[in-house]
Design a protein around this ligand. Structure first.
Ligand code: ADP
Length: 461
């Protein structure tokens, strides 16, 4: 048994991921501290921690969880050793990672400089180029004028995509199909970037037709030793946001699969990456793959990699933050040759988005909540239970439903059964839509590209 230098860990997050992290700590014998905004006074994550404290009393709902000094104050006052930021909120904030270090608190994640590099899409791209990883033809840096974009379109042909340098979460992207619509698209992309990310810088790339989104889970220790936990296919997206994820990918072929996983490791080694992270790629039908970005944190869909590899990624993160190296715990931080995938896992993001109302998030009291379950089923829920109130303040994720079986067919049959077993009354959810997705022949055959949802109208009926 490894000894833990982290005795108490603060989870700087809410909802399902806060609960996920508390559970990981609990099993390791580490005491947990939750923070909550005043709007989250009854939120479930509070009760899954050993202690919980109000943060950002005078702040708006989201800003409460971004209150760096408030969080650090709570940590210091309650003898916390480490902070896990989860995903979203402060998870990719380099200043937060630095402030933690200054205060002697272990930040469970990569180093601040990794957050800086990968938070800036052009810096990330430059790192990939330097490591010899293929990138999508594009401007690389922010463009200085629309003329540069026009020139790019003429050289590389349409469609092209204009992206916010500071973009994320599928937002801040605009596809341009011909030069005719460029003026308007460019102006809009810049103003949206300014509005959403506080900075109007955009860059341009060739828009790839029917790519698949393949991403590789990475874990690296403090010595720089890096392993991959194979890949996830996150091609089922709505407006560039992931809806259903599968591990491992299907119909990729062993050769390409290994090339992509090796490229991911090579990139992370080249920057001496630390802790868990994901390298994302787009793969076009010819088999050519291109780097798109690195997510330097635990991801929503880490669950399916855990199901097929047996590695608890959150516990691995904690051990690595404590300074343990790969191999020191053969189960939680195994060496590459001990990592295999077994069977298939699928995750559906059950949200309060109402498919009959253009996926607007619904709010209100859940008057009845009954989940599925059974062999090969994993549920990661935030505040979803009978009587809970879903507020408009935070993201619309209600519960992550993951299923696992030896075959893809088995995993998808379990998914369909579970989606149908769910009863959530009082608020609308996207379950009817997910039911359509997971029984669609193209999904079942593994022939899905990132445009599947947007080009398959029958999914919406
Ligand atoms: P974000 O950081 O906002 O998640 P990403 O760069 O990871 O943005 O891209 C998200 C999704 O947008 C991809 O999975 C893909 O579906 C689509 N996308 C991004 N860039 C391109 C491109 N050049 N061509 C085609 N699709 C793209």
């Amino acid at each position: 048994m490894l000894k833990h230098s982290i005795k108490k860990l603060l989870v700087a997050n809410r909802g399902e991921i806060a609960i996920r992290i508390c559970r990981a700590c609990n099993e390791l014998g580490i005491r947990t501290v939750a923070i909550f905004s005043k709007e989250d006074i009854n939120s479930y994550h509070r009760y899954k921690a050993d202690e919980s404290y109000l943060v950002g009393r005078d702040k708006k709902p989201i800003e409460a969880y971004l209150d760096i000094e408030g969080i650090i104050e709570i940590a210091k006052e309650h003898q916390v050793d480490a902070i896990h930021p989860g995903y979203g909120f402060l998870s990719e904030n380099a200043e937060f990672a630095r402030r933690c270090a200054e205060e002697g608190l272990t930040f469970v994640g990569p180093r601040a400089e990794h957050l800086e590099t990968f938070g800036d899409k052009s810096a990330a791209r430059a790192a990939a180029v330097a490591a010899g990883i293929p990138v999508i033809p594009g401007s690389g840096d922010a463009v200085s004028s629309i003329d540069e974009v026009r020139e790019f379109g003429r050289t590389h042909g349409y469609p092209i995509i204009i992206k916010a340098v500071l973009g994320g979460g599928g937002r801040g992207m605009r596809i341009v199909r011909s030069e005719k619509s460029l003026d308007e698209a460019f102006a809009r992309a810049r103003s949206e970037a300014k509005q959403t990310f506080g900075q109007e810088d955009v860059y341009v790339e060739k828009y790839l037709d029917h790519p698949r989104h393949i991403e590789v889970q990475i874990i690296a220790d403090q010595s720089g030793e890096t392993v991959h936990l194979y890949e996830r296919d996150c091609s089922v997206q709505r407006r560039h946001q992931k809806v259903v994820e599968v591990a491992p990918s299907r119909r990729l072929g062993e050769k390409l699969r290994h090339e992509i996983c090796d490229a991911a490791v090579k990139l992370m080694e080249s920057v001496h990456y630390l802790n868990a992270g994901t390298v994302e790629f787009l793969v076009v039908p010819s088999g050519q793959f291109y780097f798109i970005e690195v997510n330097p944190r635990v991801q929503v869909e880490h669950t399916i990699t855990e199901l097929v590899t047996g590695v608890d990624i959150v516990q691995s993160q904690i051990l690595i933050a404590e300074g343990y190296g790969l191999h020191e715990d053969p189960v939680l931080i195994p060496e590459q040759k001990a990592i295999h995938t077994n069977g298939y896992a699928i995750q559906c993001r059950v949200t309060t988005e109402d498919p009959s109302n253009n996926f607007m998030p619904d709010t209100g009291k859940i008057v009845a909540y009954r989940s599925g379950g059974g062999f090969g089923v994993r549920l990661d829920a935030g505040s979803a239970y009978t009587g809970s109130v879903i507020t408009p303040y935070y993201d619309s994720l209600l519960v992550k439903l993951s299923t696992y079986a030896q075959t893809f067919k088995g995993a998808s049959a379990k998914m369909l059964r579970n989606l149908k077993e769910f009863r959530i009354r009082g608020i609308k959810t996207n379950i009817p839509f997910l039911v359509n997705v997971v029984q669609h022949p193209e999904f079942l055959e593994g022939n899905v590209s990132t445009t599947f949802i947007d080009t398959t109208p029958e999914l919406f009926s």
